[in-house]
Design a protein around this ligand. Sequence first.
Ligand code: G3I
Ligand code: 9MR
Ligand code: ZN
Length: 587
Amino acid sequence: MNERLNLLDRWRLRFGWPPRILLVMGLCLASFSPAVRAQNASLAIKVDQVGYPLNDPKIAFVSTAAQSFAVRRMPDGAVVYRGRLTPPQADANTGDRVQVADFSALHKAGKYYIEIPGVGRSWTFTVGANVYDHAFYLAMRAFYGQRCGMAVNLGSEFPGYSHPACHTHGEFHPSSGRSGERDNLGGWHDAGDYGRYMVNSGATTGTLLWAWELFGTKLGSVRLNIPESGNGTPDILNEIRWNLEWMLKMQDSDGGAWFKQTSTHFSGFVAPEDDNLPSEVIGTGSPPYKSTCATADLAAVAAIAARVYRPFDAAFAARNLEVARRAWAWTEKYPNVTFKNPTGILTGEYGDPNCQDERLWAAAELWRTTGGAAYNDFFLRNYSGYLATLDSPPAENWSSLAPMALQAYALAKQKGSDAKVIAAIRERCVTAARAISTRTRDNPYRVSMQAKDYVWGSNGVAALYGMDLLIANIFHPDPDSVNAARDNLHYLLGRNTFSLSWVTRVGENAVKHPHHRPSGDGKLELPWPGLLAGGPNAGRQDAVLAALPTSLPPAKDYADEMASYASNEVAINWQASLVFLLAGELE
Ligand code: G3I
Ligand code: 9MR
Ligand code: ZN
């Protein structure tokens, strides 16, 4: 011992501190320096890990007893704001006792964290202009990563995140009424699996096209760094077209659309190019083989595309219109052919016993695009029973299209629309938005979510609340609606009981193990970027969730585990709702 000390002393005198000791000292010092302390952030402090716009309310939550907080600047740790926490409020959906740290008065742009004596520090966040730009870029570009049938490469930003063309071998399954080869290359992988499903594509593509129609002035110049970038068409429309082209190919010559194109069963957790199961065009199993929900969704989406793409590619727009009209005509002949998995098919069912709401949506979009009286008549004959669906978002937006149908009619500026009906729809949306924003303000975590909303894909429900609030804000501008919409975004980006950002690679503590085959094939350490995980699900339809303590309240029924497909899967429909919400929040 003595000898070692002497050695050390002699070394120190001659050469200074040995490198190993310097390293240890460095680490000790570093643990006090704000730059690295983020690793020790306390999950009891919940912030939006992306950030807060400069002049917006800025609120963090604390789920452990404390009195005061400080906001510190990165990287030097200087205190820029001090405040007191509000008394705790019990939150039934999480079981947490929640205190509020309000630092809305902080108006200086920068990167910060919150510190609470005796508790610790938060993840870092930004205050400033354009805080959501990069999150929007990643979330929209995530669709590019889901492309099927072509090689994908995220480039130098995410080296190694690439895959060769996948699912290139396709064929008609006997349930389609046809046989033989049919590749239908294209489209987006639906979710963590590699299937392509028309009805989920419908809500997704419609939502994204709406984001363009409503917020296009903010989106037009966003470059997504995709193969089509620079071709003269805005990138968001380039990306959407990849899926649209596949949807168009799913239409049979009689105008009807097959339901889905998937393997017979889910593949293992392999990379897309390693899934060699044939991609089957799947139908209902008996004449007319096509499904009304799929066909009506195609009609709606193609009708929107017909007006959106007109300035950029008139021929493509015209093709969409033709598809939409023929699809609509097919649904008139077959108003409710529903789909169930045929024998031997085990992939997602997207079961829906009623396609009337899909038809209502198609009618509204066709009316909005063409002004054809028959579409208006159909809408006016059928809309009234659906008004109540505007009060809160559906659990499954892929199966409940009535809200989009009604909103489409009220957004249309079509000569000959029924003004009273438009007024009634707008009134219902605005009244709902008032109730939702009041409830959101009173909720301890300031989310619009109610206990019933913690279902499969609940994060999509949170995003849909945001979407409805933003649409209501178009009908009747109201800062409360905009703030409540953003509160739901804050929830998704980390201001939640888990202090977790549910968008991969967005925020310091983002979801790491989504149910997503390309991320989980064992070749990559971190998941593909920009993807929204499903979220807490009190239905608990997988083994991971089923093993959680039964006493957990609904908003806690979540696990960041790959095996939890019922709470941690990514899916294009809730991804699209996130993109819409982010698009609405861009400055
Ligand atoms: O709405 C009811 C609710 O009232 C009830 O209390 C609750 C009880 O469990 O169930 C709720 O319905 C659930 C519904 O999701 C809405 O959350 C169903 O049980 C549940 O089975 C259904 O899950 C669907 C899931 O497929 C299983 O069919 C999801 O909506 C749907 O998004 C999901 O979609 C899958 C595809 O099949 C395959 N690809 C991946 C995709 C995403 O996970
Ligand atoms: O990976 C599948 C996911 O995309 C689906 O949403 C989910 C429910 O249909 O099913 C997943 O596949 C699981 C299958 O249903 C049961 N065996 C385990 C599979 C996941 O590894
Ligand atoms: Zn594929």
